[in-house]
Ligand binder design. Structure first.
Ligand code: SF4
Length: 172
């Protein structure tokens, strides 16, 4: 893959990690996330650029190369015995799991919250604001635009810009 795309993707991932660190510190006393808790590792979606970045990172690490499959398993193909086998290279969406996340609602008139019920048992939704929850649209927009440029250049528009793939549909 073009180094410029890879570099931009890794920069975006680093930016997200910094934001996640901030909200992890803020909510550390409530986070139950740990090895073996894999309930969010089922059918998460990733963009083609993330898939290709993963393939680039996995080369030389004795992990198999993956390709898309029509076969649907229940869990992500990188999950083994309750642990992520590619934790340091995991896609963008995986890095945010467990934290309170804010999105714009479909009508653009307000916000929707996504929150792990294992971590935030009994916490009222209206206690979350832009100050204590990660606002995802800027990050998602950057990823979308980067993927759009990647797809246009490398697939000659054969893949739709909105196309994403589920992590449980990968085949070794
Ligand atoms: S890549 Fe890792 S963190 Fe992401 S869904 Fe798969 S096993 Fe879970």
């Amino acid at each position: 893959m073009d180094d410029i795309f890879l570099g931009s993707y890794y920069n975006l991932r680093d930016e997200l990690d910094k934001a996640c660190e901030k909200f992890t510190s803020m909510h550390i006393s409530q986070l139950e996330c740990k090895k073996g808790c894999d309930s969010c590792c089922e059918s998460l979606n990733i963009f083609p650029i993330e898939f290709y970045a993963l393939q680039e990172e996995l080369v030389g690490k004795n992990l198999p190369k993956f390709k898309w499959s029509q076969k649907f398993g229940k869990s992500c193909r990188f999950l083994k015995n309750g642990e992520c086998q590619i934790y340091n290279s995991r896609p963008i969406i995986c890095r945010t799991q467990g934290l309170p996340l804010l999105y714009e609602n479909k009508t653009g008139t307000g916000y929707e919250l996504s929150v792990c019920k294992l971590n935030f048992k009994g916490v009222k939704v209206d206690t979350f604001t832009m100050d204590n929850a990660l606002f995802m649209p800027p990050m998602n927009s950057k990823l979308f635009l980067l993927n759009q440029a990647f797809v246009s250049k490398f697939t000659h528009k054969k893949i739709d810009h909105f196309k994403r793939f589920k992590l449980n549909t990968l085949l070794k």
